[in-house]
Design a protein around this ligand. Structure first.
Ligand code: TXA
Ligand code: MG
Length: 313
């Protein structure tokens, strides 16, 4: 299959929407990372998402919609969800809520779980695509399973070209880390740190979030230990690169690439996946990474770095 690159204009949106309606896959930018989109109500389209990424079927997908009103057709809405959504949607936050019985989604989307992960993205290209298509779009990050997430159309092309029908090129993603996932099925729980600092969600809820631990009954099944893996090995909290290593810096250090020379976590998040892609392309034995402060977006950056450094299956 030849992967078409589509521009974010009326013609591109119409083309992308028509591919989605036919059950084909189209990658598109969100404010977090590029998503690999398919019609969330079409079993064949959703099955194709798992195939194109080589993703385990037990790992459910996030559904993207263009408004809170639309979200209410798929999940059982609560006051808590309302408080969080009015504070942070559209934005880099996914809510996991009980699935509505009459949801109309393909059961493959949730891997048969009784809950659904759903979000309203903030990127104007994503919203224009959702409106042109007129329905819910299931979209995991648009990378082969286990690899570094894409923050440009070029990253998507490098990973999935020939396996998907189209890529809407909307430039670089400005947040650069996947959405924060908040479980609201019972006690509010942080299932994945991400582009919205957990502290902000806690402030809106007026209570601390329970922390997810591997093996908890309310799980984010995709939270595999090894993920975001470059070809190179990784060494974290490094001061100086050793022989055979290149340094991915943070703050005022001599480095091959620097996430943020001034030590700004927002800038570091936006650069993380792009710099990992670029350093990996240089073919080092090991990518050493400076220590990143573990607060705000730093928690999500450290989560991704730990998974990138974890032993590979
Ligand atoms: O920023 C993002 O969230 C991006 C963009 C494209 O929206 N998407 C993304 O999707 O990161 P993905 O598939 O790479 O990660 C989705 C995560 C997985 O860890 C999955 O296990 C979890 O969401 N998830 C999905 N449905 C769930 C559910 N019902 N309960 C708990 N976790 C769920
Ligand atoms: Mg992913």
């Amino acid at each position: 299959m030849e992967t078409q690159i589509l521009d974010p204009n009326a013609e591109g949106y119409a083309r992308a929407a028509s591919l989605l309606t036919k059950g084909q896959l189209v990658a598109f930018p969100t404010e977090t990372v590029y998503g690999l989109g398919g019609d969330a109500c079409n079993d064949i389209a959703v099955a194709r998402i798992f195939e194109a990424k080589d993703r385990p079927r037990f790992n459910p997908l996030i559904v993207h919609v263009d408004s809170v009103e639309a979200a209410k057709s798929y999940v059982q809405w609560t006051d808590e969800a309302d408080r969080i959504a009015s504070a942070f949607w559209p934005g880099p936050l996914t809510l996991v809520l009980p699935l509505r019985p009459d949801n109309g989604l393909s059961p493959l989307v949730t891997a048969n779980l009784p809950s659904l992960a759903i979000r309203v993205p903030q990127n104007p290209v994503a919203i224009a695509l959702l409106q042109a298509f007129g329905g819910p779009i299931a979209a995991p990050s648009a990378n082969p399973s286990g690899k570094i997430s894409p923050t440009t159309a070029d990253h998507v092309r490098a990973g999935l070209s020939g396996r998907i029908a189209g890529i809407l090129d909307g430039g670089a993603c400005n947040v650069g880390l996947e959405s924060t996932i908040l479980g609201l099925v019972d006690t509010p729980m942080l299932l994945r740190p991400g582009g919205l600092p957990a502290e902000a969600a806690e402030a809106a809820l007026g209570a601390p979030l329970a922390q997810y631990h591997a093996g908890d009954p309310m799980t984010a099944p995709g939270q595999l230990a090894s993920h975001y893996a470059p070809g190179a090995k990784m060494r974290l909290n490094a001061r100086n690169p050793k022989t055979g290593e290149l340094l991915l810096g943070f703050g005022a250090v001599e480095a091959t690439l620097n996430l943020s020379p001034s030590g700004d976590l927002t800038e570091a998040a936006a650069n993380l996946f792009g710099h990992l892609h670029a350093m990996d392309a240089l073919g080092p034995d090991t990518i050493a990474v400076s220590e990143i402060p573990d607060r705000g977006l730093g928690r999500a950056i450290n989560d991704r770095l730990r998974r990138a450094a974890a032993p590979r299956p």
